[in-house]
Design a binder for this molecule. Structure first.
Ligand code: HEM
Length: 88
């Protein structure tokens, strides 16, 4: 069948703000960062700063060279359906 690609609003993203259920958005893609928390070289606290929000700026300020898309491939949840990313 056809793979359904889910999109979420910023309001939905904001609901996922705890360590047990944490989402972040990077360049329009939403990831569940909960499974990655204990592996993050910068620590859980740092990574949680990006939870429930668009973490692109924080991420780019700290390590723009890190290939998050590859690393978080299995954590991909869907797309952030914001004004910037919505289709015409
Ligand atoms: C280090 C991945 C988000 C803060 C690292 C490193 C990786 C990584 C691979 C090691 C980089 C290196 O040594 O060259 C990720 C992924 C993220 C993420 C996949 C996806 C969400 C964040 C966020 C912050 C952050 C949002 C800050 C708010 C840091 C810091 C270090 C670090 C401070 C340096 C740790 C050290 O060298 O002592 N991260 N990170 N990271 N990360 Fe992240």
């Amino acid at each position: 069948g056809v793979t359904e690609i889910k999109t979420y609003t910023l309001e939905e993203l904001k609901q996922h703000r705890t360590k047990d259920d944490a989402w972040t958005a990077l360049n329009g893609k939403i990831y569940n960062i909960t499974p990655y928390l204990k592996f993050h070289p910068g620590g859980e606290k740092e990574l949680m700063r990006a939870a429930a929000k668009d973490g692109t700026k924080l991420f780019m300020q700290t390590h723009s060279w890190v290939n998050y898309d590859f690393m978080l491939d299995k954590c991909f949840v869907g797309y952030l359906n914001g004004e910037q990313h919505s289709l015409p």
